[in-house]
Design a protein around this ligand. Sequence first.
Ligand code: ADP
Ligand code: MG
Length: 720
Amino acid sequence: RLKAISAVNNTTSTSKPLNFIEEKPTELFGCNVFNDKVMQEHLPKAVYKSLKRTIENGEQMDPSIADAVASAMKEWALSRGATHYTHVFYPLTGLTAEKHDSFLEPDGRGGAIAQFSGSTLIQGEPDASSFPNGGLRTTFEARGYTAWDLTNPAYLLENDNGVFLCIPTAFVAWTGEALDKKTPLLRSNQAVHTQASRLLKLLGHNNFDRIQNYAGVEQEYFLVDRNFYFARPDLYLSGRTLFGAKPAKGQEQDDHYFGTIPKRVLAFMIEAERELYKLGVPVKTRHNEVAPGQYEIAPMFENSNLANDHNQMIMSVMKSVAKRYGMACLMHEKPFAGINGSGKHLNYSIGNGQFGSLFDPGETPHENAQFLLFCAAMIRAVHKHGELLRCSVACASNDHRLGANEAPPAIMSIYLGQQLAEIFEQIKKGDVATSKAKGILRVGVDTLPPLPMDAGDRNRTSPFAFTGNRFEFRAVGSSQSIAGAQLVLNTMLSDSLKYISDRLEALMTSENCELNDAVTKVIQEIVKKHGNAVFNGDGYSEEWAKEAEERGLANLRTTPEALPALNSESSVTLFEEFGVLSKRELDSRTSIFFEQYINTIQTEIELAIKMARTSILPAAVRYQTELAKNCLNMKELGLGCIQGPLTKLTENLNGLESAADELEAMLAKGHSDEQEHARFLCNEVLPVMLELREYADKLEDVVADDLWPLPTYQEMLFIK
Ligand code: ADP
Ligand code: MG
């Protein structure tokens, strides 16, 4: 540990400053992407037009153009020094997977030629049979295919050892079942487009472009020096510290938040941004976060499929660039106890170039009516499918944030801000029939007060907050793929949009309502039935937990409690209705996520026992011996000895030993049912692991500093 501290001072960084005069931003941005401009340059005109149509309208690709596209892509990649190509996909581990193949193939005459056909571009077979599939594939039928997702551009990844062409793909079983995160996201894009379009047509719009769903992803992370990182097996194996006493200085003084970025960190950020610019990731914002050693990076929002790819790229680029600066980039939700954890705020909206965001209030009464309908759809969605939304962000590491004493709570509610909440309240109270007489708001007729509200009155304690022209979902964990949450949002919103269209049609035909009255009525019905999900108060307070219970809102604090919502009857009905996930796919996902939870917790427990026994206990015993010898000597000399530290140390040492024994005994107990086993780990074993940690952390406060083996919190957080 002491060597690690002195090694920190020897770290040098090699950043080349970012300079938009020498390096034109327009030449840098997207220079490694096979984007629209490159395609236009490299493809025959007819092929380019056909491909573009496919991309823009989400149509099937004309197979006859595949070879031409592949050949252009190959020429471009080779001219840029690429040697290999890879189908990149997102298996259910939440990580990014790739398998490299060389462009070179033997020509049969002792030489080699560069090959890349249309069929290799469109489809690959990675034989990735070891990825979790939750029963969707047995090994004898282990075929999984990667299929080119042409809506996202291919790109070149460069590193010190070469350049390779990356092709974004979906990963499916030979039966067509989704084995990845991208496929159901693409299906949900279709659902939300279909349902939003139907409602917009009812509202009188014709001829508009495809409705997109957007994601703006704020990524939080920690940086620690690599010398410390490798001296902490818990950090490099489980992503978080399993031990560590509270440092004398924490985040109480808030002096880190938006503070000046330390020099080495800034150099790292600049280089990571340069790499991301090249890949066409529109990185926009960087700043210090609340906790010491914590930072945030945020690109501009994009359509969700691209934003998902880009977020995965951000995570891998940041990890690899951090290494060059002697640091480790931690994406775990809670690397350090006692200070803030990391989330990934997901800013969500739907719309297109013509409409802008459909969650944007607009200026005319007509636009406002439309806005209120889409908002009402969201209120209903959160109320009806709150458990599913909670479930979409459930994993072992995110449990340290949600439902723990930290933001945001595990109760899914929706924050509208005072002004908008009042409007809905008024609509709820208003009697449509007499509304004119009483001067009560009639949606779509009266002009609403100007919206949006001041962005400053945003409530930071809400998991799902309206922020002027979008909703910000704050419960996503920093290490998670955004695909899960985005596809749940898309699907539950589709369900509400469909409900609204059905209801509007019914009111207008059978009850002869005018459109405006029908709209008012539907919103009113929704607020009456689902308004319980709206909450503008302090989401962290005890009172809210109580009130939420009275309102009938679920508070699923842990992953084992939250996950069953994924394949509950109502979820299966919902996902199947919109063609996003089948029951088999949902069952397999539920099982995989339980398995992942169990694996994570078990690894942590085994590691905690091992570290307690092989590094903490020996250090404490050495110091105990030293103190004991000293006591004996002092007594021999007839002088009193200081017994306090020895007694305290011995107590905690015994406690540590017995907690480790207890944990070991518990680990030996298995349950054949995975859900039951997960609950056992969560409710019975984790508390004992915390007890073990308490003893260890007390020992850290007693044992002589030079004997303590693990880098401490203050070292990891404050030495930069
Ligand atoms: P804050 O930290 O105040 O929430 P940031 O500027 O860090 O705000 O991040 C806001 C994110 O929301 C950015 O990624 C931004 O591009 C995104 N965003 C802005 N407008 C929309 C929208 N209509 N739909 C989705 N995301 C949006
Ligand atoms: Mg935010």
